[in-house]
Design a protein around this ligand. Sequence first.
Ligand code: FAQ
Length: 311
Amino acid sequence: MSELERDFDRLVDAEQRVEPRDWMPDGYRKTLIRQIAQHAHSEIIGMQPEANWISRAPSLRRKAILLAKVQDEAGHGLYLYAAAETLGADRADLTQKLVEGRQKYSSIFNYPTLNFADVGVIGWLVDGAAICNQVPLCRTSYGPYARAMIRVCKEESFHQRQGYELLMTMMRGTDAQRRMVQDAVNRWWWPSLMMFGPSDEASSNTAQSMAWRIKRHTNDELRQKFVDMSVPQAEALGVTLPDPLLKWNADRGHHDFGEIDWDEFWRVVGGNGPCSKQRVAHRRAAHENGEWVREAAAAYAARTVSEEVVA
Ligand code: FAQ
C-alpha cells in the first residue's frame, strides 16, 4: 500500500471529508461518479411522473405546490451533476449516457402516475424513502456530495410533508377519494421498498462503499428503517399497506415484511419497467430540443470571455 493510499484511509477512518483536490483511489472516484450520476439522473427523470399532473392539479394551491416540488427536483439534479463534475466527470457526457441507456436511474420512476392521489403517495412514500436513504449521505465521506445532500434533504422533507398533507385531505373527503388513496398506496408500496436496492447479499457495491464510508448503512438496514417508520404513518392516515406478512416482531424490535419481487426489480433496473422507454425517450427529446439553448449559452460565454480579454 502506498503512502497516498495510507493517508487516504486514515482521512476516511477519522471521519474527515475527502475534497476534490485530495488524492483518492480510482475505484473511489469511479464509484462516486456512478452513484452521484445515478442519483442526479433519478432527480431529473423523477420530474416526469409528477409533472404529468401539473396541468390537471385540482386547485391553484395544489398546482403551485406541485410546480415548486418539480422545480426543486431539477435543482437537486443540478447540484448533483455539479458534485459529479468536481470528480472530473463531464455533465454532457453523463446526460449522453443516460439518454443512451448506459447509466441507470432509480427504478421507482418507471411506474405510471394514474390518479392525483399518486402525487400524494409519491410525496409520502417515495420522498420518505429518499429521505431515509439520503440523510445518512449528509455524512458521506466525499465533501461536495455530503454538502449537496444537506440542502436536498431539507427540501425532500418539505416534499414528504406536502404528500402526507395531500393524502390526509383526501382521506377526509369522499369514499371515492379514500379509494383513490388506497389504490395509489397499493401500487407504490412495493416499488418504494425497491428504491433501497437489492438485498445485502445481492448488493455488489455495498461492502466496498461502506468501507470507504460513501454508504453509511446497508440497503436492508435502510429498507427496514423505512418500513418501521411507514407503518404508524399508514395507521394515522387510515390506509392498509398491501403486505399480509407485515407485522411487528417484538423479538427483533422491528416489523417483519414479505419478500420483494426481485424479478420485477431487476426487470425494471434493466430498462424494462412499465414506463422505462417513455421516460428515456422524453428525456432524450427534451435534451435534443434544448440544443439551441446550449449553443446560445456557449456562444454568449465565449463572447463574454473574449470581451474580458480585450478589456
Ligand atoms: N434502481 O450494489 P448495489 C429521489 C443498481 S432520488 C435502479 O446495492 P449501490 C428523489 C445499482 O446502481 C432516488 N438501479 O448499488 C425524488 C447497481 O448498479 P451498477 C435515487 C438500482 O449503488 C423523489 C446495482 O443495482 N436515490 O427519489 C437500484 O451500492 C421524488 C447493484 O446495487 C439515489 O440515487 C434502484 N432502486 O446502492 C425525485 C440515492 N438499486 O451501477 C423525484 C443515492 C440498485 O453496479 C420525486 N444512491 N441499483 O451496475 C444510493 O444510495 C445507492 O446507489 C443505492 C444502490 C442504495 C440506490
